[in-house]
Write a new protein. Structure first.
Length: 103
């Protein structure tokens, strides 16, 4: 089976398309990472009175509690989140899924 050889121009076209494709993939990755910086709130009917929050980069348990506290004391909400999720401390890793009381 004979192999076709690319001309210099053909190699440049293939190289350009490859680099362009990689840039699109890298750009999509940065876009996804940028969108991950916002908390994701997921409502689950089986856990009425709670919302599920995924901890985003730069967030802490305190910031999550402040986000949902409304006119309640943030420390009280923070303790409720800790107890509901059986957390030994207030340290949470990015991507941690928490049940957060809404009332």
């Amino acid at each position: 089976m004979a192999q076709a050889k690319l001309t210099r121009r053909g190699r440049n076209v293939v190289r350009t398309l490859t680099v362009g494709s990689l840039l699109v993939v890298i750009g999509a990755g940065f876009s996804a990472a940028g969108n991950a910086s916002e908390s994701k709130v997921i409502s689950t009917p089986a856990t009425s009175g709670y919302i599920r929050v995924v901890v985003a980069p730069g967030e802490s348990l305190w910031s999550v509690a402040a986000m949902v506290a409304g006119n309640r004391d943030v420390n009280t909400v923070l303790d409720e989140i800790r107890q509901t999720n059986n957390l030994a401390s207030t340290d949470v890793a990015v991507g941690t899924r928490l049940l957060v009381p809404t009332k």
